[in-house]
Design a protein around this ligand. Sequence first.
Ligand SMILES: *[C@@H]1O[C@H](CO)[C@@H](O)[C@H](O)[C@H]1NC(C)=O
Ligand SMILES: [Zn+2]
Length: 249
Amino acid sequence: MSTLRVLSVIVCLVGISEAFPMKRSPAAAVIEHCTVPNTVALTFDDGPWIYAENVSDTLTAAGAVGTFFYSKYKYDCIYNSDEISRVQYVYAHGHQIASHTWSHPDLTTLSHDEINSQMDMIEQAIHRITGAYPAFTRPPFGSYNDLVLQVAQERGQKFVTWDFDSGDSVGASVAQQEATYDQTIIQHPSTILALNHETYETTVTQTLPYALQKLKRAGYRLVSLAECLGEQPYKYVDQPGTPDSTWHC
Ligand SMILES: *[C@@H]1O[C@H](CO)[C@@H](O)[C@H](O)[C@H]1NC(C)=O
Ligand SMILES: [Zn+2]
């Protein structure tokens, strides 16, 4: 390419960007993949719920670290004492805790302030319960728009979806879930960011042990979301709070 040609391409590109002067600076990109080679991040949405300790122990026994995306409740209030102790158990065992919004709405249906409140209330709950302020949010249903990403950027939250879905939340049988893991493992992608739900007994007692064994045999490192990205899981960590009347759903 001649120098003149290169220059004209540059001028043209500058011209294009100047043609849209009102465009906001782009919102942070949504994370869909792990980036550290040979890692798998197994993530679990919609808790805390009754299988939390089992998921945590199953992961730990396999030498794996998981990531848990919590909301106020899909099944129980996160401030109920049973759920507080489950969240603290999972956190104390070294798994990553992240936000799945306060009441699990489709964020694209909400106003700026409603989105902000949905994010703020669960971040605050996780911080109160664990002492760790989460740095990552998974939008319910993987649903977001420009306004949602703008609020995320204002709050300094990184949005994350997934590149592998076990299918547990859409009615896949255990055999289908296992086959889905098998098909991906055979292709051996460099990384996998896997969506699962800790609220299904079959996910916890059947699919998870199967997937752990297969992924390990394939040579993957089973790490937290933060580690598979080479980032920090929390914005900061200090002391957990003490429950009082403001801890309610
Ligand atoms: C999880 O629960 C299942 C079914 O109750 C049980 O067989 C399994 O041993 C449990 N795993 C752990 C690590 O506690
Ligand atoms: Zn969810």
